[in-house]
Each structure stands twice: as structure tokens, then as C-alpha cells.
Design a protein. Structure first.
Length: 264
């Protein structure tokens, strides 16, 4: 499957642009979850949500909808990631499992100053639960320091079946290596002067790349850090229009969904 979405759903500039004028704030998730196919919840980085809230969001959204959840900063900002076991357990028990079958990847976003330490990172991966609520759990790592752009990281990620974020960004490093049984993209270059955030030709290019990953291949125009190719097999792909001109994120996501559907 290919899921395409946005970050969160409560953003004032979307009211009257993405959301119809007069739409109740309480109905925004219902509307958004029928316009896009996934949402990345970023607020969980700063504070946990109640189990009741996660259950409510689960019940408000379509059956095939998916939420990605950003891990709490108490985990990823630990001085030693390999010693963050208690924080990981606390976060996993905070209520996220109430999303049930709608729980997608758990995103662990490292700080820009965090450097690659293979021993520490390997210890962290061993702490990540692989099952919750009777369902398998998926994990994705976002790195923001160039020290991670080494083949050793790719090998470590593949060993633990952890995906790495491909960041289409002016600020953070990008690596297109496939390291897990799914692929995770964060598109961060949307422009306010383009109605769809990304130009039509860029939307077409990202749709083609998503389909290549989903079919078991790889795009040939993105930089990888390892020469070792992953097994050729079908994969789930998650794409989020997440930054840049955020006001255009929904339009970018919807244009990409339309393009992927048209090229199916």
C-alpha cells in the first residue's frame, strides 16, 4: 500500500483553505482523514495523549486510515539511547496502542546535534518493541546529522528492520537506502506560491518513486549511501507532506494521491 498524508490536522491557516469555511474544529479530523490517507501525529513528541483520545481518533477515521506517531522527546533526547528503556516503555503504555490496526510506523526523530554511535544506536533498537496489542509494530528513524551517512548505519538498520526517513529537505541529510519492509518519506520543500505545494512535475516524480518502492524496486535518481541493495519485494510506502509552506501540505498530499491513483 501507499499512504500519503500530512502532519497533524489542527492548523489555523488550513481553515478556509483546506477546511471548508464554517467547519467545526471538532470535525476537522473527520474531514482530513477522508481527504488524505494518513496523518503523522507530531504533538506526541512534546506531550503524551490519553488512551481515550487515541481511541476517539481511531473511531473517527476510515477503516483503512493510518496514523504515524512521533516518539516522545524523553526517549530520543536521552544522553544514551541504549539506556532509554524506561522511557520507551512509558511511551508505549501512554495510549498509542489504542489506535489498534490504524497504528502505523513509530517515528523516532533524533536531534540535529546527535551523532552516529553504532553501539548506542544498536542498543536502542533492541529496546524497541516489535509487537503491541497483538499486532506487529514498525519503527522508523530520522537522522539529522551527516555522521549517519555511512554504510554501517544501513547495515544496522537492516539488521533490526528499522526504516530510515528520506527527507526531501534543504536543512537535513537525505538517504534513500531501503532498510526495512517499508519506506518512509517526509517531503519538506512545499512552496506557498505553488497551489499544490510541489510543482506538477515534482508531484509526478514523487508518485513514480513511491510506486517504484511499493513494487519492490528503487528510484534511480536518489542518493544512497550503501552499494548493497535490499531484497526485491513489495513494500508499504508512507509519504508525508510535512514542512516547507505548511499551508500547502494538504494540497500537495491530495495531488500526490491523485497522481498515484492515475498512474496505477
Amino acid at each position: 500500500m501507499i499512504k500519503v498524508g500530512i502532519g497533524g490536522w489542527t492548523f489555523e491557516p488550513w481553515r478556509g483553505t483546506f477546511y471548508p469555511k464554517g467547519l467545526k474544529h471538532a470535525d476537522e479530523l473527520n474531514f482530513a482523514s477522508r481527504a488524505v490517507t494518513a496523518i503523522e501525529i507530531n504533538g506526541t513528541f512534546y506531550r503524551t495523549q490519553s488512551a481515550a483520545s487515541f481511541a476517539k481518533w481511531r473511531d473517527e477515521t476510515p477503516d483503512d486510515f493510518v496514523f504515524s506517531i512521533k516518539g516522545h522527546r524523553a526517549v530520543v533526547n536521552a544522553k544514551k539511547l541504549a539506556e532509554a528503556g524506561e522511557a520507551v516503555d512509558w511511551f508505549m503504555k501512554s495510549g498509542v496502542l489504542e489506535l489498534g490496526p490504524k497504528l502505523g510506523p513509530l517515528l523516532w526523530q533524533l536531534a540535529p546535534f546527535k551523532k552516529f554511535d553504532p553501539e548506542d544506536l544498536g542498543g536502542f533498537f533492541k529496546l524497541l518493541p516489535r509487537e503491541g496489542g497483538g499486532r506487529p509494530l514498525r519503527h522508523v528513524l530520522e537522522v539529522r546529522h551527516t555522521s549517519f551517512l555511512v554504510p554501517e548505519l544501513v547495515e544496522l538498520l537492516r539488521k533490526h528492520n528499522v526504516a530510515v526517513v528520506y527527507a526531501d529537505s534543504d536543512d537535513y541529510p537525505a538517504m534513500a537506502d531501503v532498510t526495512a519492509d517499508f519506506v518512509y518519506l517526509r517531503l519538506q520543500r512545499s512552496a506557498e506560491d505553488i497551489p499544490t505545494g510541489y510543482a506538477p512535475e515534482a508531484i509526478s516524480e514523487w508518485a513514480g518513486r513511491a510506486r517504484a518502492w511499493a513494487s519492490g524496486g528503487e528510484p534511480d535518481d536518489l542518493v544512497r549511501v550503501s552499494d548493497k541493495k535490499p531484497p526485491k519485494k513489495k513494500r508499504d510506502v508512507f509519504v508525508f507532506a510535512i514542512a516547507g509552506a505548511k499551508v500547502r501540505a494538504p494540497a500537495a498530499a491530495m495531488a500526490l494521491i491523485k497522481e498515484i491513483g492515475a498512474s496505477a
